[in-house]
Design a protein around this ligand. Structure first.
Ligand SMILES: Cc1ncc(C[n+]2csc(CCOP(=O)(O)OP(=O)(O)O)c2C)c(N)n1
Ligand code: SF4
Ligand SMILES: [Mg+2]
Length: 312
């Protein structure tokens, strides 16, 4: 099926308006984009590790979710949904759920809940091969509790636990490459995407992830205006710069085959991505030129590594 933006946007929303996420938040755009890929008539069971998304969309007894929804602790969102998926299979086998009723299992977790605290549970669910999709909305910090660094936070970002000052240039470590780590679980489908190209990339990857049998993982860069410090209306531009600078490459690993989905005609310098965000403001102070050079070197190294994997 070829992608038709108008048609996709006209599908009924499965995350209703009226939740309390901030304006310009990439997380809700990502969630709505993923859920649009569900086929009409199919039900979903949504799992959600605690974080901004969970606390702002599900304040009991109110919910913005049109599908079944399970609020989960930080550390076990992967385990919870894998249990639900197993129960579903058992009930289907016993004829307790009608043959023609289809349920899909999708878990959302922030980077703190996915890269760090829920990692063991995610890894287990992927390795056991449950027929589910785990979606990480990666905003690069523990935003809900006040912008603490996570292992997804980029180097030199100013966060409340890596504050920039006379003794510090922000976070000292490079970010973890979680999509590659999950790909090493040898599951059927892994992809990295963001809010770009009229959501075509995200839609197609979500549909593949949901309808590929077995475990699937999506890593979606979902900017946070509060933590990244940009104007709310800039969200799409920030995502585009992430892709055009190769900071956030679009790729997928489909049954073990690494595929690069987009290669910029002219790779932009990383400054273009960094300058757009207040959390990197200090990098543009006189005397900090080296830090940007180091950042660029790391982006280049990872980009070349990805191209190598995809060329094999
Ligand atoms: C085990 C545990 N530790 C800490 C918390 C407090 N807590 C709730 S949300 C949150 C931040 C979540 O960060 P992330 O997963 O990146 O999602 P985001 O808030 O960025 O959307 C923290 C630390 C908790 N709920 N449970
Ligand atoms: S703090 Fe950031 S991640 Fe949380 S709702 Fe606001 S914009 Fe979204
Ligand atoms: Mg986060």
């Amino acid at each position: 099926m070829s992608y038709n933006l108008k048609e996709v946007m006209n599908k009924p929303e499965r995350l209703a308006a009226g939740h309390r996420m901030c304006a310009g938040c990439g997380a809700t755009i990502a969630v709505r984009g993923v859920l649009r890929a569900l086929h009409e008539g199919d039900h979903a069971v949504i799992g959600n590790a605690t974080g901004c998304l969970e606390v702002s969309t599900y304040m009991y007894p109110y919910t913005a979710w049109e599908d079944s929804y399970i609020h989960n602790a930080f550390e076990n969102a992967g385990a919870t949904l894998s249990g639900v998926e197993t129960a579903y299979k058992a009930l289907k086998k016993r004829g307790k759920i009608a043959e023609d009723e289809t349920f899909k299992f999708i878990t959302f977790g922030g980077d703190g809940g996915t890269y760090d605290i829920g990692f063991q549970s995610l890894s287990g669910a992927m390795e056991r091969g449950h027929d589910m999709v785990y979606v990480c909305y990666d905003n690069g910090a523990y935003m809900n509790t006040g912008i603490q660094r996570s292992s997804a936070t980029p180097m030199y970002a100013d966060t409340t636990t890596t504050p920039v000052g006379s003794q510090s240039n922000g976070k000292m470590q490079n970010r973890k490459d979680l999509a590659a780590i999950i790909a090493e679980h040898n599951i059927p489908y892994v992809a990295q995407t963001t809010l770009t190209q009229n959501f075509k990339d995200m839609y197609e990857k979500s549909e593949k992830a949901i309808y590929t049998e077995g475990a699937a993982f999506l890593n979606i860069m979902a900017p946070c205006p509060r933590g990244w410090r940009y104007e709310t209306s800039d969200v799409m531009n920030i995502c585009k710069l992430g892709v055009e600078t190769c900071y956030w490459p679009l790729f997928e690993v489909d049954h073990g085959k690494w595929i690069l989905n987009y290669e910029p005609k002219k790779k932009l310098p990383i400054e273009d991505f960094l300058r757009a965000q207040g959390r990197f403001k200090h990098l543009f102070k006189k005397g900090n030129e080296d830090l940007i050079v180091q950042f660029q070197e790391e982006v280049d190294r990872r980009w070349e590594d990805l191209k190598y994997r995809c060329a094999k």
